[in-house]
Design a protein around this ligand. Sequence first.
Ligand code: FAD
Ligand code: DLZ
Ligand code: SF4
Length: 514
Amino acid sequence: MKTLVPVLGDQLSLSLSSLRAADPSETVVLMMEVAEETTYVRHHKQKIAYILSAMRHHAEALAKAGWTVDYVRLDDPDNAGSFTGEIARAVQRHAPERIVVTEAGEWRVMAMIEGWETLFGISVDIRADDRFLASHAEFDAWAEGRKELRMEFFYREMRRKTALLMDGNKPVGGRWNFDKENRKPAKTDLFMPRPHAFEPDAMTAEVLALVEARFADHPGSLEGFAYAVTANDAEKQAAYFLAKALPQFGDYEDAMLTGERFLWHSILSPYINSGLLDPVDLCRRAEAEYRAGRVPLNSVEGYIRQIIGWREYMRGIYWREGPDYVSRNFLRHTRKLPGWYWTGDTDMHCLKEAIGQTLATAHAHHIQRLMVTGNFALLIGADPAEVHRWYLEVYIDAYEWVELPNTLGMSQFGDGGLLGSKPYVSSGAYIDRMSDYCSHCRYDVKQRVGADACPYNALYWDFLARHEKKLGDNPRLRMPYNTWNKQSAQSRKETRIQAETFLRALDKSTGTGY
Ligand code: FAD
Ligand code: DLZ
Ligand code: SF4
């Protein structure tokens, strides 16, 4: 039966469920570069370049594997500009009897796919995306009836399901989680791993030129584009990570250093999320490194937890909570993000570093996203929907299913504590403990008030004071609220005036990128 298999830009896996359900001799695989996907937010230029180039290379890999591929380029004169418009044209060209497609990674695109059967009058077979460990039904069954959803318990289920780091039915090392050992600050180290830089080939060069010409007003720079765009090159980076960075991944997972963009992180999320690498395979190989005595348990457990724990959990929450999750705003925050989130032009060194490297590479590591840019946005009371849009735009690994729960849920407390038991807020002290940023900053991290005081400090206490009604009886915030309420009325007043003055100046000076 003649079959059309649309393969979306984050479905670049040769063993995709839709392909497994089709016969290459009777199938046309359709890949579509479309304006709607490249502009539904203003994606970072490197993100668009990465996705389009990886798609073009994947089309070659599919053809090599024996598939007939129909590839629609962004600059094709007849390009209809949307997935549905291109399916309509492909139905005309190929007259398929059915469409087989792997479910999309977000509500917006799933709604399109669900309309195709009626629109085109042919059967549409939507296959589960089994590149994830937990199906939607499995996650929902796990979550059903629980008073509190906590990643840690879901993660244990995934450990049992995969037998990763298990000795029979017990966790290796007698504990499920070694996170307490993973909070060391780092020092610059000449032997620090450096991720591979992949020289753009002719195909990537062509895409870079297209992106430069067509998306000049999108954030970020294409200069130094060095991402892998094929499964082979992504695999080279994976092998490098497992051998060189994984051993110290755990120790320095939360560390930040001036001028060091990657530390001991894997820089594999773009490849995992678009399908060039298989997440569970990476976890099995990481475990093998541990079993061979080359990697300590705190590192390997930390790495595996991020993938079969956090990554799967975020996806589960995204689909369980539904399409209106995006509009939750528990703390009723409405401030615009400052314009320098799109330029890095601020005298707060930590933010300058995190935003600067984001614009340069479309990547920042987790603690920069959570405790520098995310923390600041939460402390100033930025609108969580706008913060979500910024993260979706600027990060190369950002697709809504993973970005939204991380940003709106974990980072901005927009869901009121579904994802995290307390808001991830901190004063400058946390950033000082985990980085060398404060020693390069014009502000003094030890001061709370005055012209040189670190802005995070007064903002932190002001945040707690502003939200005492909603957060005051959170058991995990008891200590800071006790500390705050023990201070003299005069000291509290000074702190709040300092924060208000900062916020007023911020609103006046910055404008916004939106
Ligand atoms: P490593 O530090 O090497 O971690 C290993 C792997 O674990 C990653 O490759 C990733 O696949 C997975 N992982 C780690 N933490 C998470 C997490 N919280 N959620 C899901 N997967 C995780 N990750 C994305 O993939 N896409 C996003 O759009 C995204 N947005 C984020 C927004 C905010 C506000 C925050 C705080 C985190 C976000 N993350 C996102 C999670 C995390 O920051 C990135 O996965 C990580 O920085 C990617 O770099 P890496 O591959 O070097 O990760
Ligand atoms: C993010 C993105 C971009 C920038 N461009 C395309 C594209 O032109 N064609 C395509 O198939 N996919 C693209 N993507 C990824 C899609 O947005 C992604 O596959 C959906 O969000 C999945 O739900
Ligand atoms: Fe950031 Fe404050 Fe440290 Fe400056 S002093 S780097 S603003 S935390």
